[in-house]
Design a protein around this ligand. Sequence first.
Ligand code: GMT
Length: 389
Amino acid sequence: MIDTSRQGLKIGIVCYPTYGGSGIIATELGLALAQKGHAVHFISYDRPARLSADALNVYYHEVAPAPYPLFDYAPYESALVSKMVDIGLYEKLDLFHVHYAIPHATAGYLAKQILHDHGRHVPVILTLHGTDITLTGKDPSYFPVVKFGITHSDRVTAVSHFLKGETIQKFGIQRHIDVIYNFVPSRHQSPPPEVTRKIRQHFAPNGEKIIIHISNFRPLKRVEDVLEAFVCIHKAIPSVLLLVGDGPTRLSLENKCREYKICHRVHFLGKMDFIHALLSASDLMLHASESESFGLVLLEAMASGVPVIATRVGGVPEVVDDGKSGFLVDVGHIDHMCQRALQVLQDAQLYNQMSQNARKRASAFHIHKILPQYEALYAGVLEKAKTLQ
Ligand code: GMT
């Protein structure tokens, strides 16, 4: 068996560079691998949001589809494959790890075939993250391509058992899929107390409770439910709501906030690279999604000792232990969300217990526990690749 922890591998990571969970996991995984001595080559159309410029063993290769008047839509996938082939050959990559099936799974497949023609066998590991299966992947305009990509990757992982089940069921796929949970990166550490104090002083100068929501404000996140639950909470206890992120529902949320005459208590903070400091200053996280394969922000909140009130959907129950590190409620049950939030916020003993439980629960998902699972997967793939060469 190849010992990947001792032997520095050359790994190509393909991901979205944006603030979505899949890009964050891909970036943090790459950084952790680089710290262990592997050379990690990120391939994407922009520098991943959390990729610090000074990290050792880390390289970034930009995919830039050449424009041409004929192209209404520049053929990104072709440019991506070309870049994967170029880097695969020049850097002598051992493997590709692609995150989010569309279009990365079939790009990986094609790059592998082309590299094969050049005499190199570079296996492809695909990690499924969520909407690539539950939303966009199911759409007829992508379905056959996604199914092909999943079927023909060397190994496939899903970030929860829920997502694995959905993949098998929705795509009628027979193949083996490993579940490797998302993780809390090692740099997710509490900031110095004075930083937390300053943030609390800024947003809650009179000791108000700070409630936080973080998402990409897409309709499936149901941020309006969060706002309505907050209106209910605010009636009972002095509180403020921090809305972190941005996306298509932001404008309607701003209008709703005016309608409820609550704007002075709601802070739209936009997209942020690092949320640890804000989390450390928050009292409670609200999450109202109608679908969620894992819920990375819930895990990040828990790692900061912040209990969560979230909807009981998808992989969320695999992350949040209902009644211990937070409460789960049904989608759209705004009153229940509000009641649960008040229950936690108004009972100091329950709050402290939940906060402790949240930290403990999150520690089960620490990168130190998850990284070896990916390394073992790489070792297995490379072992098999050796027999093919
Ligand atoms: O839809 C998003 O929130 C973004 C999306 C992504 O791929 O960037 O997130 C998905 O992947 C995250 C990381 O694995 C998971 O934590 C999210 O639960 C998942 N989102 C959904 O399933 C809606």
